[in-house]
Design a protein. Structure first.
Length: 95
């Protein structure tokens, strides 16, 4: 066994601000749950990821109107016209 250690030295207190990104997996669950509602929803602090973009395609396929303002990390979803319940293979393969 090697003698390894971690030396921790005292430093100056940390200060400043940090921008926190939204949790992708939480957003995906929330997006999926929107098909259970009828009407408009606005999600903020939405991370830009392939999974989120694919979920927007899936919601659109089901009939939802989806607009993703990626620069603002804001997702606008209107499920008023969701009428479909089937999803094609091409869409599901991306999920």
């Amino acid at each position: 066994m090697r003698n390894e250690f971690l030396s921790i030295c005292r430093s100056q207190p940390l200060e400043g601000t940090a921008q926190l990104a939204g949790a992708k997996n939480a957003v995906l669950a929330i997006m999926a749950s929107l098909i259970l509602t009828k009407g408009r929803s606005i999600l903020t602090n939405v991370p830009v990821s392939t999974d989120v973009l694919n979920m927007t395609i899936l919601l659109q396929h089901l009939g939802a109107e989806v607009k993703f303002a990626t620069q603002m990390h804001t997702l606008f979803v209107d499920t008023t016209d969701v009428r479909h319940s089937d999803v094609g293979n091409a869409v599901m393969k991306k999920m």
